[in-house]
Design a protein around this ligand. Structure first.
Ligand code: TYD
Length: 219
């Protein structure tokens, strides 16, 4: 069976990581541990994780926006080669916590480098590897920021500290991407409870890949 590449995107505070962990646990129940891979960006391979540390180090707050975009793309390139392609070639279901769309949105729109420019830059990095399905966990900016403040105040990263206007821009850019590519990108209302969000995500995955949750649905 060929692999399936599912990316999860959305503004900060959408609850993305909790949702993916739940989806991963349910998929492992269905398919077994060796058929499901959770990975994340920036990072997801040893070299890419080193680049992640540079990107998020608080002492790097003066990083130039183009440098930042290039580092995200470099980290992605290594992730594609070392982790994503091999897992997909082995037939795994890959759940990827952020991918290309985050760069289009955060660097292209948020940092105003232009989505087209970031798209071109990333062509070199991804070399044709787009997700089969992207789940956009959408959350209003005020709620997303409130969740970050409440739940992870001890681990707020450099980018989380951007202003509310930046978060608005990010959210709207994600929504625009979804409108431009509704076949790949599916919108989920992530202001709901975790259980409901997970159920909605499963429904969307099931529409595309009925075989993945087949046993669970029969039960
Ligand atoms: P992270 O701590 O992984 O948390 P989360 O994904 O749950 O928000 O933070 C990733 C941050 O990096 C997030 O603020 C979005 C940002 N980012 C970009 O700006 N560009 C990118 O290409 C990627 C992958 C992430």
């Amino acid at each position: 069976m060929s692999g399936k590449f599912i990316s999860f995107e959305g503004p900060d505070g959408a609850g993305k990581t909790s949702v993916i962990q739940q989806i991963k646990a349910d998929l492992v129940d269905q398919l077994g541990d060796n058929r499901v891979l959770y990975t994340r960006e920036p990072g997801g391979s040893p070299i890419a994780e080193q680049i992640r540390r540079v990107l998020f180090a608080p002492e790097n707050k003066n990083m130039d926006a183009r440098t930042e975009a290039l580092l995200f793309a470099a980290s992605r390139r290594q992730h594609v080669v070392s982790t994503l392609r091999p897992a997909l070639a082995a037939g795994k279901v890959v759940l990827c916590d952020r991918y290309l769309d985050s760069s289009l949105v955060y660097q292209g729109a948020g940092r105003q480098l232009g989505m087209e420019t970031i798209w071109k830059l990333n062509q070199y990095a991804i070399d044709g590897l787009l997700p089969n399905l992207t789940i956009n966990l959408d959350v209003p900016s005020e709620l997303g920021l409130r969740r970050i403040a409440e739940h992870r105040s001890n681990q707020v990263n450099r980018l989380d500290k951007e202003k509310l206007s930046f978060h608005h821009m990010v959210r709207h850019a994600f929504l625009e991407l979804q409108k431009a590519d509704p076949d790949r990108i599916k919108l989920i209302d992530s202001s709901q409870s975790l259980d409901r969000v997970v159920a909605d995500v499963k429904r969307v995955i099931n529409q595309r890949y009925p075989e993945l949750f087949a046993n669970e649905i029969q039960r």
